[in-house]
Design a protein around this ligand. Structure first.
Ligand code: WT7
Length: 635
């Protein structure tokens, strides 16, 4: 079968049509030819979006780490699997071969077993971008434990919420992490988080910064001495196709974060196949995705997708501005990166810097440029295309979500002609639909509405951990028989998709999804605060920034307000993490409400955007007079 890598647009359309007409045959052929199965499936797909229940490759037995590691040992044993580029450019990069990675994963898997972790147990991973992070994921997968990675920029409270929700038994962390010229006390954050988590009885600690940390007796153990003693022989646990591989939390508009559950076989097939095609990865290429493994992008396109293809994948510990704004470009030159995958927020920040950062490096190794996480604006697209890609390297603007597991809409480089700000065409097997507010599908081209997916794909999340009802309500109840993405989109005259942004109360700030509900809950905990509403507004670099409208129990002077602003942001930082800071906080007498008492966020959004011409009819509000006050005092 030749369709593992699509070579031209005609082939794309041909294979796409097949993937829609006969989805089961399509995915079965891919699964059969490119993976290692211990037992084949009985049934390729069973699904029902009303329950919802989705199963791919049911009956199959496999282990994803045998697919990412063992099977490469014969032909690619000495090939570099991971290049680790440290935060400090003076520290030497590490090249870890497939043989070495396999050994370290097996040792770590044995350590986990020795420390009492069994198949099905949840393990919380709170680590910086160091090789142990990728190794820990696969060590869990090796023995069938379910990893729950929490991005190492989240606060203690965010960590404990996630540990409690998924009943983690163990935490794996580090003494600290390096980020630019700062170091962060990760272990201290874990210690604080664990005050609320009774179930965790073991903490494995990786030494990275050599910071002084307190080790709690019986609970905390340094990892390295255990690794030194561990056997490098660890049989892979036989997993069912639908056994959970990991949980990864994503914020929702309201309530607690949602623990999206991804399962083994479908996720593996989907991430591997999308990786191969969307990046057109060739055997000796070096691929770099700048995301953190704490997000789905890192799970799917730093670890599992690339390694399942036997690729060389780069892990970068640092930040784009350290030691200066030329760091990304220097890394591309140093490791001769062929595929570079980053976020619009990084592109915008780098595009603002002096061109000499780009001009003095050799970027000629690049073949493909990728973008992910939020809509890429026209200006950033052109800068990326012209300055970094020199007009000759295609940009793949990849639209997808934590929930989708892998890329859903994207050009295929050198196959799909690109168009600025367009994610272009659905990936093979993906059936998007644009629907209007009544849930009617808008057929044909040149339509705009809400983006849904009509048919299952192997990489989709199967449930929300411990809350299948919420899974159903969030994704399968807005529109009948369709997965609702929460995004708006349009389809142009040739069938290309452009994602227009979230249509719910999620704001994407610097590529991070932030539900406004949980942020408001945090603010409302402040003793002086009566009520709050948070909306997004356009920001040059971050894409969106947060604007908070806050009413106080008692009104005070402006001096008090300044302190309050700090305290409110401090609270948010404690409850969620520093990534969720509000750029503007406006204190107001009241919030505009409907007669039924609902806050009219649409109006507040328009005011924050400084778009007063489109406020709509405010006369039906319960308190129309507050709108004028809010406009007058707008920040
Ligand atoms: C939301 C999902 C996908 C991994 C990283 C984000 C937005 C993502 C694009 C894109 C326009 C995009 C959507 C989506 N988004 N990629 N190429 N163009 N918007 O995963 O944190 O689950 O966020 O990010 O709004 O729903 P996530």
């Amino acid at each position: 079968m030749s369709n593992y890598s699509i070579k031209n647009l005609e082939e794309y359309y041909q294979v796409y049509r097949k993937s829609i007409r006969e989805p089961e045959n399509f995915w079965e052929e891919i699964a059969e030819e490119h993976f290692l199965w211990r037992k084949k499936w009985n049934n390729v797909l069973s699904w029902d979006f009303s329950t919802p229940q989705i199963k791919w490759f049911e009956g199959a037995k496999l282990n994803i780490t045998e697919n990412c590691l063992d099977r490469h040992l014969i032909n690619r044993g000495d090939k570099t699997a991971i290049i680790f580029e440290p935060n400090d450019p003076a520290e030497e990069a590490q090249h870890i071969t497939y043989t070495q990675l396999h050994e370290r994963v097996c040792k770590m898997a044995n350590v986990l077993k020795d420390q009492g972790i069994k198949k099905g147990d949840r393990v919380c991973v709170y680590l910086p971008m160091i090789p142990e992070l990728a190794i820990t994921l696969m060590a869990c997968a090796r023995i069938g434990a379910i990893h729950n990675v929490v991005f190492a920029g989240f606060s203690a409270k965010a960590v404990s919420t996630r540990i409690i929700d998924s009943d983690c038994k163990m935490v794996i962390t580090a003494d600290g992490s390096f980020r630019g010229n700062k170091s962060i006390d990760l272990k201290g954050i874990v210690d604080e988080a664990l005050q609320d988590c009774e179930l965790v009885d073991k903490v494995l600690v990786v030494k990275r910064t050599n910071a002084d940390v307190t080790m709690v007796e019986k609970r905390d153990v340094w990892l390295q001495p255990l690794m030194d003693k561990a056997s490098s022989d660890c049989k892979a646990e036989l997993m069912d196709a639908e056994d959970p591989l990991f949980i990864l939390y994503t914020s929702g508009s309201t309530g607690k974060p949602k623990g999206m559950v991804h399962t083994t076989a479908g996720y593996m097939v989907y991430t591997a196949y999308t990786f191969k095609n969307v990046f057109q990865y060739k055997e000796n290429d070096v691929y770099w995705c700048t995301a953190d493994i704490g997000w789905i992008t890192g799970h799917s396109y730093i670890v599992y997708g690339p390694l399942a293809n036997g690729a060389t994948t780069v892990m970068f510990e640092g930040v784009p501005q350290y030691p200066d704004f030329g760091r990304f470009w220097k890394i591309i030159e140093k490791h001769k990166i062929n595929q570079f995958y980053t976020a619009p927020t990084a592109i915008r920040a780098l595009a603002k810097q002096n061109l000499s950062f780009v001009e003095n490096v050799d970027l000629s190794s690049i073949k493909v440029l990728g973008s992910v996480g939020e809509p890429i604006n026209e200006e950033a697209w052109h800068w990326y295309n012209d300055i970094i890609g020199k007009g000759k390297n295609p940009i793949v603007d990849t639209w997808w979500q934590t929930e989708t597991g892998g890329i859903m809409i994207s050009p295929l480089p050198y196959v799909t002609p690109t168009k600025p700000t367009y994610a272009t065409l659905p990936f093979l097997g993906v059936q998007p639909a644009i629907v209007n507010e009544n849930g009617e599908e808008l057929k044909g081209n040149q339509v705009e509405g809400r983006l849904c997916i009509k048919f299952p794909w192997p990489g989709m999340a199967r449930t929300i951990w411990n809350n299948h009802q919420r899974y159903k309500e969030t994704y399968f109840s807005t529109y009948e028989n369709m997965y609702f993405t929460g995004d708006g989109a349009l389809r142009d005259e040739v069938g290309y998709y452009r994602i227009t942004g979230r249509v719910d109360d999620v704001v994407i700030v610097s590529g991070h999804n932030l539900g406004t509900g949980p942020l408001e809950d945090a603010i409302n905990e402040h003793p002086a605060v009566s009520e709050s509403a948070i909306v997004g507004f356009p920001h040059d670099i971050k894409g969106n920034a947060l604007y908070g409208y806050v009413t106080l129990k008692e009104t005070g002077e402006s001096r008090v307000h300044e302190n309050l602003r700090k305290e409110i942001n401090q609270l948010i930082s404690e409850r969620i993490g520093p990534i969720a800071k509000l750029d503007k906080i406006q204190f107001t007498e009241a919030l505009p409400k409907t007669r039924s008492g609902k806050i009219m966020r649409r109006i507040l959004r328009k005011i924050a955007e400084n778009d007063m011409s489109n406020l709509g009819d405010t006369s039906t509000l319960l308190n129309p007079e507050v709108v004028k006050d809010i406009i007058d005092q707008r920040l």
